[in-house]
Design a protein around this ligand. Structure first.
Ligand code: SF4
Ligand code: MG
Length: 488
C-alpha cells in the first residue's frame, strides 16, 4: 500500500502543493517519499528519499528543486522491490513519470518476458517498472492507445496509478478497484490521489472516484475523458475501511469513520457485555471502532441497569514514529512499539480493562500493550478487535506473509491467540459483522458484499498472484533510487 498523488497547479507551484497532500497520506507509507515535477519546457525535476515526508522535504531548497505546473508524488510502503517512486523514463519518444499503488499480480512473468523479448534492462526491483517496456513496445499510435493496449493485454492485478505524460495525467484503476483513487478540484488546481480527505488540505473539493476499470485523462482544464477499459468486477479492499485509510476519507463513497463506528457497535452485539472498570481504545486505529463499541455499551448499561466502564485514554502514544505495522522487520517493530506505546498507570492499576483495537495482524502491538498493562497492575484485560483474524497473506499491495500472521501461525486457533497475547478474553468481529458494518454504511457505489475483497480473512482470492507469500524473505535489501539520469 502506498499513497499516490498528481497535482496540476495553474500557478506553477505543483511541486510545492503536492507535499502537504503526501504528508496527509503518510499513514499509507512512512518508508519513503518522492516527487517529480514538470516545468514549462517539459523537463522533469525530482526529489526523493527514505523516511517520512517531513524528513525528505526538510528544507525550502528541496521544494525549489520542483518547479512547474505538474507534479506526481508518492509516499512509499514497501511491497515488491525497494524503489522510491515516481519512476521516470525517457525512451522511444516517451517521457513520463509514474506512481503506482498496489501490486501487479503477474510482474514476474512480465519482467522475464520483457528481458527475453526486447532485451529490456530493468533499472529497479520494482514491479511497477514492468509498465515501461510494455508501454514502449505496445502497438498503437498515441500514448493513450499504447496504454489501453497494455491495460487490456499485459498487466493484471491490483493497481491504481497515475502517469504524467505530455501535460496530462493518465489515471488508472484496475478492474477490481482494489485500491482507491479520487479526483478533486480547486479553482486553479486539479488533484488526483489515493485518499479523498487529502483534497481538502489544498482547499479543494472531491469530484469523483476513478472507478474500477477506468482510465481518466486529466489535463489543465479538468477531466478530459473517461474510458471504461474493462468491465468493472469490483473487489474493493475491505481493509482500507478497517485500518489503512484515513478516518476522514471516503472509500467507495463510504465515510471510513462511520464504517469503523459501525464495526464497533456490531462487535458489541456479537461479543456481548463484560463487567469492566475502564474501556481503553488503542490510539489511533482503535479509536473510531472503540467509540462505536463504547456507545453501544453505554446504551446497553442504561437499558439493563448495569454500571458501564469509564472511558479512558489509558495507552499513550508517541506520534512521531511511523505506524508499527509498516516497519520492515520484527525486531525494529517491537522496539518501536515500546517507544510508541506506554500505559498510564492510574487508569489501569487494579482495574478490569477492556482494550479495543481495529485489527490484530502480527499480534506484537497487542501483546506488548497487554504486558505493559499487567506491569501497571491491571487485574483483567479483555481484548475486542473490530475485524476478523487475518489468516492469509495479501497479494494486492499489502506486505504480509503467512508465517507472520499470528492467527495463521497458530492455525486459526483463537484460544491459542488469546494465550499468546496474554488476554483474559478475546473477541473478534465476524466477517458477517464486518460486511454488515461496511455494506450497511450505504453507498451508491456499493451493491453488496460481493463488491469487496476479503481474501486475507477467507483465502478466496479474486485473482491469482505470483509472488510467494508464505515465508517472509530474511533480508529485505536496501533502497535503490532511480535517478533521472540513469533512465534517460
Ligand atoms: Fe485488502 Fe485483504 Fe484483499 Fe489484501 S487480501 S486487498 S488486505 S482485503
Ligand atoms: Mg493499531
Amino acid at each position: 500500500m502506498c499513497g499516490i498523488a498528481g497535482v496540476y497547479d495553474a500557478g506553477g507551484e505543483a511541486g510545492f502543493k503536492i507535499i502537504p497532500l503526501l504528508a496527509k497520506m503518510q499513514n499509507r507509507g512512512p518508508q519513503g517519499a518522492g516527487v517529480v515535477s514538470c516545468d514549462a519546457s517539459g523537463a522533469f525535476h525530482e526529489v526523493r528519499g527514505s523516511g517520512s515526508v517531513e524528513a525528505v522535504f526538510n528544507s525550502p531548497e528541496k521544494v525549489r528543486q520542483l518547479p512547474g505546473r505538474f507534479a506526481v508524488g508518492q509516499v512509499r510502503y514497501a511491497t515488491f522491490g525497494e524503489t522510491i517512486q515516481p519512476l521516470v523514463w525517457n525512451q522511444q519518444g516517451i517521457m513520463a513519470a509514474l506512481t503506482h499503488n498496489g501490486e501487479f499480480a503477474n510482474a514476474i512473468t512480465l519482467r522475464a518476458r520483457a528481458e527475453e523479448q526486447w532485451g529490456y534492462k530493468f533499472q529497479s526491483t520494482s514491479d511497477t517498472e514492468v509498465l515501461i517496456p510494455y508501454l514502449m513496445y505496445a502497438a498503437g499510435e498515441t500514448f493513450e492507445e499504447k496504454l489501453l493496449e497494455v491495460l487490456q493485454s499485459a498487466i493484471r492485478g491490483a493497481f491504481s496509478f497515475v502517469i504524467l505524460y505530455d501535460g496530462k495525467f493518465y489515471c488508472v484503476r484496475d478492474q477490481y478497484g482494489f485500491r482507491p483513487l479520487a479526483f478533486g478540484m480547486e479553482e486553479r488546481l486539479n488533484i488526483v490521489l489515493s485518499e479523498s480527505s487529502a483534497i481538502e488540505v489544498l482547499g479543494g473539493r472531491y469530484i469523483t472516484d476513478i472507478e474500477a476499470g477506468q482510465l481518466m485523462v486529466i489535463g489543465p482544464s479538468g477531466i478530459e475523458k473517461t474510458i471504461q477499459w474493462a468491465p468493472p468486477t469490483r473487489k474493493s479492499c475491505i481493509f482500507e475501511h478497517v485500518y489503512f485509510a484515513n478516518p476522514d476519507s471516503y472509500v467507495e463513497r463510504i465515510n471510513v469513520s462511520v464504517a469503523r463506528d459501525r464495526m464497533g457497535k456490531i462487535l458489541f452485539e456479537e461479543s456481548g457485555w463484560v463487567d469492566a472498570d475502564v474501556f481503553i481504545p488503542i490510539l489511533d486505529s482503535g479509536l473510531h471502532p472503540g467509540l462505536g463499541l463504547y456507545e453501544a455499551m453505554l446504551e446497553y448499561a442504561r437499558e439493563h441497569g448495569k454500571k458501564p466502564p469509564r472511558l479512558k485514554a489509558g495507552v499513550h502514544r508517541s506520534w512521531f514514529l511511523g505506524r508499527t505495522f509498516q516497519q520492515e522487520d520484527e525486531v525494529s517493530r517491537e522496539v518501536l512499539q515500546r517507544v510508541k506505546s506506554s500505559v498510564i498507570k492510574p487508569w489501569v492499576e487494579d482495574q478490569r480493562v477492556i482494550l479495543m483495537d481495529d485489527s490484530i495482524v502480527r499480534g506484537i502491538v497487542t501483546r506488548i500493550v497487554i504486558q505493559l498493562m499487567r506491569l501497571a497492575g491491571a487485574r483483567e484485560v479483555h481484548v475486542r478487535i473490530a475485524s476478523p483474524p487475518p489468516l492469509y497473506p495479501c497479494g494486492y499491495g499489502i506486505d504480509t506473509y503467512k508465517d507472520e500472521l499470528i492467527a495463521a501461525r497458530l492455525n486459526g486457533d483463537l484460544e491459542e491467540v488469546r494465550r499468546f497475547l496474554g488476554a483474559d478474553s478475546l473477541c473478534y468481529l465476524s466477517l458477517e459483522g464486518l460486511y454488515r458494518a461496511v455494506v450497511g454504511a450505504k453507498s451508491p457505489s456499493v451493491r453488496g458484499e460481493e463488491d469487496f475483497c476479503v481474501a486475507c480473512f477467507t483465502g478466496c482470492y479474486p485473482i491469482p498472484f505470483e509472488q510467494n507469500r508464505l515465508t517472509k524473505p530474511k533480508k529485505r535489501g536496501t533502497s535503490i533510487f532511480v535517478p533521472l539520469t540513469d533512465l534517460s
